[in-house]
Design a protein around this ligand. Structure first.
Ligand code: ADP
Ligand code: MG
Length: 730
């Protein structure tokens, strides 16, 4: 029996269902596997606790002198929970997480054994990390990298089966200081934002000393049966089905969206949620998505760096827990052609240490003006650096979503809703370019309007916008479902930091000339509205008209990753990241190189799996069926039956033969195109060749003919699970 039929058979076998047991109340388990400050308070001396607390708050390195005490406290806590090993946990640029486990166990000079975890082991480790991508950084400068504890993110215990491991969240850097992971630049970007935002906040409130960016991600994913998954080598190797005719029923009935969750999936959800809660991941919503077999989960928002850790952790947990339930989770942006892909909305805002959400419209003129300041600065930042935001979400997987007639398009634009559009229009037309008394009147009267009630009304929402204001936060919707949010967040926070810096310079300039503070602010806001408003769009982002209008406005529409990545290394980008102390030139160039390499490898793997599947799986089945048809026609002919009696078989035979020959011929040509691409020197040229000459030239054509064969060939001869099975059987 083929893997396919075997898998289909097994689905109806109830013994294959894994029923998790012992669900507990969320509040009873929430954060139980996290070394929180509360736990630290109980276990550490006053001195050590204070030192740890100040590191946690500032994100600065722990005092060396205290490190041993803190480490021993963490070990004591971990051991009381049955932990034997520890690891420095980090987020390398491969897109997954990395760990290298060491045990607490050690042997003293006299041969006796001892459990130990000292300060040095907590603070710094040297994983053998030479095979993580470095974009040439370590090759040029220094062969090794090390991981360093990031105290802003708490230590946690990861449970895998019966094993428990203490995980120390770390950043990963080379010995010469270049960052080799997602976290290090993110922390720098957040610091840049903190500095610029505090400065601007102080115009309004002197008490603000810290601004943190906040992130609430929404993770979309598909869930499929593990048996069916395993029978699809393309899903196993690339996370995406490279072939597969659409199912007779797809998402047209829209009966899956917010429908009831299938029991098997529900068990899986409860199980991974349970694990997430223990790790302090504040998951709150779960529901079905638009496509069949597609779901979403979202937590309560947190500070960006913690939210990023929690998202990467959760992706990991979901993958492991799914296997326990004989399911597989697909985080790829477009696992199935013809039905919706998956994204990861990044809801983002900024909040002060005085408890104010800077993107929540205020109730008084002063707080309204503060809101408008941050709101308009964000819009201006997105306008000025749209190309960089686009590059931050570019990946081989996301290319199947962005601009491929599905949400959202590759054109970056901002939706703010009718009401705020009117507010910005008013400011533009009514604030006089010359400074006069009217300005004062506008400030006093108009900004006093109560914005919040109107805004939080969900009716004024545009689901097609890649970057939408949703009442008290912006929602960056174009991030890919498999991406580490850190990349998008590093760019977003850096560009807003930079824009706020320029804003302050301009306002200060006007104040020095003798303008009143509020008047100076409203004038620079006006200038930013005038300069940045081309990025605002309220209509249907999926429409062709928008593509045309965006072009007329001079907005970019870059549909493929190799070209979108160019923005990373422009003079503008190099200057932006360097002056905000986020990336040096060499770091940025290395990252650019890594992204190109990743793209090339992904497309290369898909091309190979396409070739292999077509040659060794699809064609043999099709040829077998072709032979059956030939035998049948021959037989009928020999019996002397009229041509009409086998006309139909003949027609099918002709079609099958045609598809078989196109597929074999195109596969050969695609191999040649790959060879040509591989011979290219520069990564950029190679990536473009893979994009245009390999993927662009062949993927759709080969798929078209294979999918036609799927409809013609005897179902028994078709060994790859079909869309109807993968998407609808659970
Ligand atoms: P939807 O976008 O699906 O309508 P919600 O508006 O309820 O859903 O919120 C979506 C996400 O936005 C949630 O993960 C939530 O935590 C997050 N969110 C809400 N407020 C903020 C904020 N101030 N900063 C960052 N994320 C936020
Ligand atoms: Mg949303």
């Amino acid at each position: 029996m083929s893997l396919r039929l075997n898998a289909v058979n097994n689905i109806s076998d109830p013994s294959s269902d894994v029923k998790p047991t012992g669900f507990q109340k969320i509040t009873a388990i929430f954060g139980e596997n996290v070394f929180t400050l509360k736990v630290a308070r109980e276990l550490l001396s006053d001195e050590a606790y204070k030192s740890l607390r100040s590191s946690v708050k500032s994100g600065k390195k722990i005092d060396r002198a205290m490190a041993n005490q803190v480490a021993s406290g963490i070990r004591q806590w971990a051991e009381s929970k049955g932990v034997t090993h520890f690891t420095h946990w980090f987020q390398p640029l491969t897109g997954t997480t990395a760990e290298k486990h060491d045990s607490f166990f050690t042997i003293k000079g006299d041969g006796t054994s001892l459990e130990e975890f000292d300060g040095a082991a907590l603070i710094q480790q040297e994983p053998d990390a030479s095979s993580f991508p470095s974009g040439g950084l370590r090759a040029t400068f220094e062969a090794r990298g090390y991981t360093a504890w990031d105290p802003s993110s708490p230590a946690f215990i990861m449970e895998v089966g019966l094993g428990k491991t203490l995980c120390i969240p770390t950043i990963f850097v080379s010995y010469t200081g270049e960052s080799l992971d997602y976290k290090a630049p993110l922390l720098k970007a957040l610091e840049a934002l903190n500095k610029s935002a505090v400065d601007v906040c102080n115009y309004f409130d002197r008490n603000v000393t810290k601004v943190s960016a906040t992130l609430g991600w929404e993770q979309e994913y598909f869930i499929v049966d593990a048996g069916l998954f395993n029978a699809r080598p393309d899903l196993v190797l690339s996370g995406r089905t490279v072939f597969g005719h659409s199912s007779a029923k797809g998402q047209q009935l829209e009966d899956h969206y917010f429908g009831s969750i299938p029991e098997r999936v529900f068990e899986f959800m409860r199980d991974y949620e349970q694990e997430a809660y223990k790790l302090g991941i504040p998951l709150r919503t779960r529901h079905n998505e638009v496509a069949p077999a597609q779901f979403e989960c979202a937590p309560i928002f947190e500070e960006v760096s913690v939210a990023v850790d929690h998202n990467t952790l959760l992706m990991d947990i979901m993958d492991r827990v799914a296997r326990r339930h004989n399911l597989r989770v697909l985080l790829h942006e477009k696992p199935f052609a013809g039905i919706n892909g998956s994204g990861k909305h990044n809801n983002w805002s900024m909040s002060t240490d005085t408890g104010v959400n800077l993107l929540a419209p205020g109730k008084t003129p002063k707080t309204n003006l503060m809101f408008l300041t941050f709101f308009v600065n964000t819009i201006k930042a997105v306008y000025d650096y749209a190309d960089l935001l686009r590059s931050a979400i570019a990946s081989a997987g996301n290319d199947f979503r962005l601009g491929a007639n599905e949400a959202p398009p590759a054109i970056i634009s901002v939706f703010i809703g009718q009401y705020l559009t009117k507010v910005l229009d008013d400011i533009e037309t009514r604030v006089n370019e010359k400074f006069d008394e009217q300005d004062e009147a506008i400030l006093k009267l108009d900004l006093h309007r109560s914005i919040p009630e109107l805004l939080l009304d969900n009716t004024d929402r545009n689901r097609t916008s890649p970057f939408a204001f949703t009442g008290n936060k912006f929602e960056f919707r174009a991030v890919g479902s498999s991406a580490n949010c850190a990349n998008a967040m590093t760019v977003l926070n850096t560009i807003v930091a930079e824009t706020l810096k320029s804003f302050k310079k301009e306002v200060d300039g006007l104040i020095e000339k003798g303008e009143k503070k509020e008047i100076a602010i409203i004038h620079v806001i006006r200038e930013y509205i005038v300069n940045g408003k081309k990025i605002l769009f309220e209509g249907n982002n999926y429409s062709d008209e928008w593509a045309k209008e965006a072009e007329a406005r001079g907005l970019q529409n870059i549909k493929t990753t190799p070209l979108a990545l160019d923005a990373m290394v422009t003079e503008k980008a190099l200057h932006l990241f360097e002056s905000n102390d986020v990336y040096s030139h060499s770091e940025l160039e290395a990252r650019y190189e890594i992204e190109l390499e990743k793209y090339i490898k992904k497309v290369q793997i898909e091309a190979r799996i396409m070739g292999e599947l077509a040659t060794s799986t699809i064609l043999p089945g099709a040829i077998k069926y072709q032979n059956t048809l030939i035998e049948n026609i021959k037989g009928l002919k020999e019996l002397g039956l009229p041509e009409a009696s086998y006309a139909n078989q003949r027609q099918v035979l002709e079609k099958v033969s045609e598809h078989i020959s196109v597929v074999s011929e195109q596969i050969m040509k695609m191999i040649e195109a790959r060879k040509t691409a591989n011979a290219l020197e520069s990564s950029r040229d190679k990536a473009i060749a893979y994009c245009d000459q390999v993927k662009g030239q062949f993927f759709d054509t080969i798929r078209y003919h294979v999918d036609k064969l799927e409809l013609l060939v005897d179902d028994k001869e078709w060994t790859l699970p079909k869309y109807r099975e993968i998407l609808f059987l659970r």
